[in-house]
Design a binder for this molecule. Structure first.
Ligand code: NAD
Ligand code: UD1
Length: 481
């Protein structure tokens, strides 16, 4: 996949902004065979029959990924020498049995990502330490993999309230030689003492803050829970960052802060009128960030307003694993395709849109994750005084429900039975972004369309019909909170 030339910042902007590098890891020895130790556990163990990682240890996958560079001659993948060596390993045989592609899917994903990281990861960022809250989650796990590949050292803090440590094991395996630069702390950002310990273990150059709850319907039922995780948790984090002199932040905001704007494409300066407690927690966190910047201009904060993330890592080994009944469209569609649900109810087919169904801005999760690397580059660019700025991360294209469902049917070869239903209360008719500000100022642009999103979503879903677990997971929304 080619990058547009405007992605390259001027050479001056790639300079390191700090003279001293981060302190070395100060983590205790742990059970992990490679990479830094996992400080605490809490893994939900999958059953054997559908979990590739019970057969293929991370070393095998690391070797698979790194030994199999593209053949320079007219060799096919399977006849290249490193590939032959790896094939002899028990692990690859298992990949072939389960994935049916001899690991080529893994290679494609990792190579694309390595190329992307090379472009996105400014050389001056290499070796910097980034704390990633919520890094075991859907978007976080994709971002952590890209950060590692770009040469960052990454510490993940996650309570695993809505994720599995298996995601991080897979990230570690896909990251190959970079896996040693990943550490994990199981901690809740609402627990200040726990967070303090994490900050005492290493010095961070920046924080990417994904941790939080995101189910709109649940936020209506349990608003205090949402204010606690998303607002109190964010305040804790900001206080501890300030106390440790770490004042660079990338925050996961949402298009939910706009509510239902009158027009699309939606610009960052549109009115912020969220419709539900979830959206309000995001707006409050944004306002807190703006306030702390005004009180102390040493802060540099980028607020990323995500539109509708879809898809999975192209390897098919990292993806979205929603708890309970999915709230969002594509995780629901994916579960129909694997036989877990009978049909999709379309929430309204009488909107004033091309086919009557709602229009959204779907963005590939890999593109979205990459936006965080570009945001970090901006934060580390000594020539820019970013202050506290919001950016939309979307494609700028509106797609209807029927269009994306059709694209998924093509990608998967599966028919998605449809039922026409009522409009969902609070739904916008049309909501898509203007990503112009992110393109102009972060030099980031989404490169994938709905075809690639659906392809990669199906690749993940068909390999993992029950997500990271082997069968219908007992986890339910809120069960571990
Ligand atoms: P996710 O649920 O997969 O990931 C969130 C992670 O945060 C999970 O791993 C969860 O265990 C962890 N977490 C939750 N509360 C925590 C706490 N108190 N302490 C520590 N860890 C905690 O969600 P995601 O889709 O990856 O979303 C990441 C961020 O992006 C969230 O803040 C979400 O609100 C925001 N966002 C997501 C979407 C979307 O559609 N996925 C859209 C807009 C914004
Ligand atoms: C939802 C959230 C929003 C959040 C966003 C991304 C609501 C009201 N809004 O928005 O706050 O920022 O996710 O996480 O929940 N659809 C169906 N049938 C379904 C599911 C969805 O027809 O079973 C339609 C919806 O009406 C919409 C489109 O699919 O037109 C996308 O829905 P969804 O994935 O829930 O995202 P948003 O509505 O954008």
């Amino acid at each position: 996949m080619q990058y547009t030339p405007h992605r390259h910042p001027p050479a001056a902007s790639r300079r390191r902004t700090r003279g001293s590098g981060p302190r070395p890891w100060r983590t205790r020895a742990g059970p992990a065979a490679t990479g830094p130790p996992v400080l605490s556990s809490g893994v939900r163990q999958p059953r054997a029959h559908s979990n590739f990682f019970l057969h293929l240890d991370s070393l095998s996958l690391s070797l698979l990924v790194h030994a199999s560079s593209p053949p320079s001659r007219s060799d096919t993948w399977s006849s290249s020498r490193p590939f032959q060596q790896i094939r002899k390993r028990r692990g690859l045989q298992r990949v072939r049995e389960e994935g049916g592609d001899g690991g080529v899917g893994v290679l494609r994903g990792v190579e694309e990502m390595a190329a992307a990281a090379k472009e996105a990861g400014p050389s001056g960022c290499s070796g910097r330490a980034v704390l990633v809250t919520g890094g075991a989650g859907y978007i976080g796990s994709h971002a952590v993999l890209q950060l590692l590949t770009a040469g960052f050292r990454v510490v993940v803090v996650d309570s695993l309230a809505n994720s599995s440590e298996i995601a991080l094991r897979r990230v570690r395996a896909l990251a190959g030689e970079h896996a040693k630069n990943l550490a994990f702390h199981k901690a809740d950002i609402r627990d200040k003492d726990g967070l303090e310990k994490v900050f005492a273990s290493a010095r961070f150059d920046a924080v990417i803050h994904f941790a939080g709850l995101k189910a709109v319907g649940e936020s209506v039922q349990k608003p205090l829970l949402y204010y606690d995780h998303n607002v109190v948790g964010t305040i804790n984090l900001l206080e501890i960052m300030a106390a440790h002199g770490c004042k660079k932040l990338v925050f996961s905001s949402s298009a939910a802060v706009y509510g239902s704007p009158k027009n699309s494409p939606c610009m960052e300066d549109f009115p912020l009128i969220p419709h539900n407690p979830y959206g309000r927690t995001k707006l409050m966190a944004e306002e807190i960030c703006r306030d702390i910047y005004h009180s102390d201009p040493e802060w540099s904060i980028i607020l990323l307003r995500y539109f509708n993330p879809v898809g999975a890592h192209p390897s098919g080994y990292v993806g979205e694993d929603p708890c309970g009944t999915p709230n969002n469209l594509m995780p629901f569609v994916q579960q129909i395709a694997v036989g877990r649900r009978p049909s999709l109810t379309i929430f309204g087919n009488n909107y004033a849109t091309k086919d009557g169904t709602g229009v959204r801005d779907y963005i590939h999760v890999v593109d979205l994750a990459e936006g965080h690397l570009f945001a970090l580059r901006k934060l580390f660019d000594s020539s820019s005084n970013i202050g506290c700025e919001a950016y939309n991360l979307g494609t700028g294209k509106g797609t209807s429900v029927l269009e994306i469902v059709n694209a998924f049917e093509k990608a998967s070869g599966k028919k998605i039975p449809l039922v026409m239903g009522q409009r969902r209360p609070g739904d916008a008719e049309v909501l898509f972004s203007s990503p112009a500000k992110a393109e102009r100022e972060l030099h980031w642009k989404a490169k994938y369309g709905i075809t690639e999103m659906c392809r990669d979503l199906w690749n993940w879903a068909s390999k993992h019909p029950y997500g990271y677990a082997a069968s219908e997971s007992p986890k339910l929304n809120g069960s571990s909170r």
